[in-house]
Design a protein. Structure first.
Length: 319
């Protein structure tokens, strides 16, 4: 298969949304550049586009040359949308129209990091298996409650390809290059970047609960997991103790011993961290965010938030 495919050049495009992460972009494009180098000829042709055709600024302020959005019949085989920052800033009707047109032409559509959010906005992820960077997942779920992203490194669902970003595109490109050029050639490309451990598509995007909290007690880990799952409708201390298989008093001792915190303080911290992500990324009102994070009212949420972060939610939203 690889010898037949190698006779043809595959044209892959990247639509760069201002504020995209340079690491995600490089992790996706560099394996394709290396594949051309190792093949001794052009097997992948790369093009970069931006909403206005001007150089696209990455999150670190590095400009990447870009062309205007591709028109009808441009000849792309695959296009990826790379986005970072806040979904509230990703309103690009021209990009949505372009993606829908490319999809009608049979182009394979992908999203990297926050890119899947724009695919959802364009209506291209209905009934699809997909993923998105964990930081943007909560904003996507609030904006598109009918969608269900997986917390995987990348997902290939027919002519939709989504990736969490960071260095995960290295894993994704290993699989895509392997499909086209064979596993031996893909291994050579990965070895070029010292990428000796290729992650599985379904591998988690984040460290385990034990790594993130520095906790190894199984009952306490079960409670922390349930806390992260029940942000909108927090469970009581007695119900959580039952999950851990201990008494409420013993649960208090576990939190004090392993986390130096109380049950209520830790639960509140998890909910406020989620609220902060929604304030920074989603278009939800402060009252809606209060409800989404289990607070009785916007006023109650604002008081607790100000006490924890030293600033009102409205100040965070303005900044």
């Amino acid at each position: 298969m690889s010898s037949i495919d190698a006779k043809n050049v595959q044209h892959i495009g990247f639509i760069l949304i201002p504020g995209f992460a340079l690491m995600s972009y490089a992790s996706a494009t560099e394996p394709l550049r290396a594949a051309n180098l190792l093949a001794g000829r052009e097997i992948y042709r790369l093009s970069s586009f931006s909403p206005d055709g001007a150089p696209a600024l990455s999150s670190g302020g590095v400009p990447v040359p870009a062309d205007p959005l591709p028109g009808r019949g441009f000849g792309l085989g695959t296009v990826f949308v790379c986005a970072g920052g806040s979904p509230r800033d990703w309103h690009y009707p021209a990009v949505f129209a372009c993606l829908r047109q490319l999809a009608r032409e049979g182009v394979r559509i992908g999203g990297i990091s926050g890119g899947p959010y724009l695919l959802a906005e364009a209506g291209l992820l209905a009934d699809r298996d997909f993923t998105i960077h964990w930081e943007h997942a909560s904003a996507l779920l609030e904006a598109f409650p009918e969608l269900s992203p997986r917390q995987a490194r990348f997902v290939v669902d027919g002519n939709r390809i989504t990736c969490g970003g960071g260095i995960a595109p290295l894993d994704m490109m290993h699989v895509l290059i392997s499909e086209r050029m064979g596993p031996d050639f893909a291994r050579r490309v990965s070895d070029w970047y010292l990428h000796t451990e290729v992650g599985e598509p379904a591998a988690p995007q984040r460290g385990s609960l034990a790594e993130r909290y520095g906790v190894h007690h199984p009952g306490l880990l079960s409670v922390l997991e349930k806390m992260e799952e029940t942000i909108e409708m927090p469970l009581g201390r007695t119900a959580m103790a039952r999950i851990a298989g201990v008494t409420p008093r013993h649960l208090d001792r576990l939190f004090a011993t392993h986390l130096g915190s109380t049950f209520l303080d830790q639960y509140r911290r998890i909910r406020l961290q989620h609220a902060r992500r929604l304030l920074e990324q989603s278009p939800l009102s402060i009252s809606e965010i209060a409800i989404a994070t289990g607070f009785s009212s916007g006023a109650h949420f604002s008081r607790v938030y100000r006490s924890a972060y030293g600033a009102a939610p409205s100040n965070i939203r303005k900044s």
